[in-house]
Design a protein around this ligand. Structure first.
Ligand code: F6P
Length: 355
């Protein structure tokens, strides 16, 4: 702290789905701010904690091994000041004033950070963002922390499932998280050599999938693994088989893809198939080393932005460097898998790409 600087009080919250690495990000925020002589308050369960003043003072001792731990010590929630209580925004302003917060670091995905961007734009809330989601679907950053841990979990699961698929000469259809994008499914599918990968970004036509599996069987394969995203839109001869239900944001309902695809494979190819939904295992447990360090660096950058009064911005990773970008840019839209990536790997595991 520069000479003459008075110790200031900052706040940190984590919202949305939890992700391995949230604790490391909190550690990055705390070490940077408290190392500079300031105080840090942790608001529990995302925006809910700020709306209801549910707060805990962060102590240096709490951060001892925080970088290694999964989950979130503060708790998370998808609460929003704009949705969950009629006077949510006023409550946030009141609590910020009560604690005389010099700044707030919001760790979250598109939901949490959209609230942060709006509060900054509409009420000048002194807030900065740190990108967190296993889905990797935030714009403006090469990756979000939690993603690589999820890819590690799914890749390992596919590797393991391949042993039982081989014993029983079966097709295992593995359903991955990612909401309306296929980042986890695609990266894990390629890493674990899945014979086919179905993602929301590409038309998932069952006829083509069965042709690919049949070609593999004809070439001698007696088992296979198909990686499917929970948000994949499954078609048969152009007819949509996936749910047509939409959520409050207009997105199609996700889930149920693995069982849909597995039962079709059994019917169409008379090849035993089993669905496996990995669910929250993709968000559970300790972060991989990359995410620990990545989240720590993002948290420290978020703290630096707050210290410098650069609010309305988000820490990000660009070409291997930690940078910062406008929060509004990060939440403007959902970042989907690129055609470049999909074109490069679409035919990656076909029996014979020349066929
Ligand atoms: O956004 C992260 C995520 O894990 C998605 O991939 C998944 O669809 C969703 O959260 C699950 O939400 P919940 O934990 O509320 O069931």
């Amino acid at each position: 702290m520069a000479a003459g600087d008075e110790p200031r009080t900052y706040g940190v919250l984590a919202g949305g789905g939890d992700a391995p690495g949230v604790n490391a990000a909190i550690c990055g925020v705390g070490r940077r701010l408290m190392g500079a002589g300031h105080r840090l308050l942790g608001f529990r369960d995302g925006w809910r904690g700020l709306m209801f003043d549910d707060v805990v003072g962060i102590k240096w001792s709490m951060m001892q091994d925080l970088v290694t731990r999964g989950g979130c010590v503060l708790g998370v929630s998808s609460a929003s000041p704009y949705r969950d209580v009629p006077d949510g925004v006023a409550r946030v302003q009141e609590v910020v004033a009560r604690h005389q917060l010099a700044g707030l670091i919001a760790i979250g995905g598109d939901g949490t950070l959209s609230s942060a961007a709006r509060l900054h734009a509409e009420t000048a809330l002194p807030v900065v963002g740190v990108p967190k989601t296993i889905d990797n679907d935030l714009c403006g950053t090469d990756f979000t922390f939690g993603f690589w841990t999820a890819v590690e979990r799914v890749s390992q699961a596919i590797d393991d499932l391949r042993t039982t698929a081989g014993s029983h000469h079966r097709v295992m259809v593995v359903e991955c998280m990612g909401r309306h994008t296929g980042w986890i499914t695609a990266y894990s599918g390629v890493a674990a050599a899945a014979e086919a990968i179905l993602v929301p970004e590409r038309h998932a036509e069952l006829r083509q999938l069965c042709q690919r599996l049949e070609a593999l069987r004809a070439a001698g394969s007696r088992s296979a693994v198909v990686a499917v995203a929970e948000g994949a839109r499954v078609h048969l001869d152009g007819k949509v088989l996936s749910s047509r239900q939409r959520d409050e944001f207009g997105h199609f309902e996700t889930g149920g893809v693995a069982s849909l695809v597995a039962s079709h494979i059994e019917q169409e190819l008379s090849w035993e198939a089993r669905p496996v939904v990995l669910g929250h295992l993709q968000r559970a447990g300790a972060p991989v080393a990359f995410d620990r360090i990545f989240a720590l660096r993002l948290g420290a950058r978020g703290a630096n932005l707050a210290l410098q009064g650069q609010f309305g911005r988000m820490a990000a990773l660009r070409n291997g460097e930690i940078v910062d970008i406008p929060l509004a840019e990060a939440v403007a839209s959902i970042r989907k898998l690129s055609d470049h990536f999909l074109d490069r790997y679409d035919n990656f595991f076909a029996a014979d790409p020349r066929s």
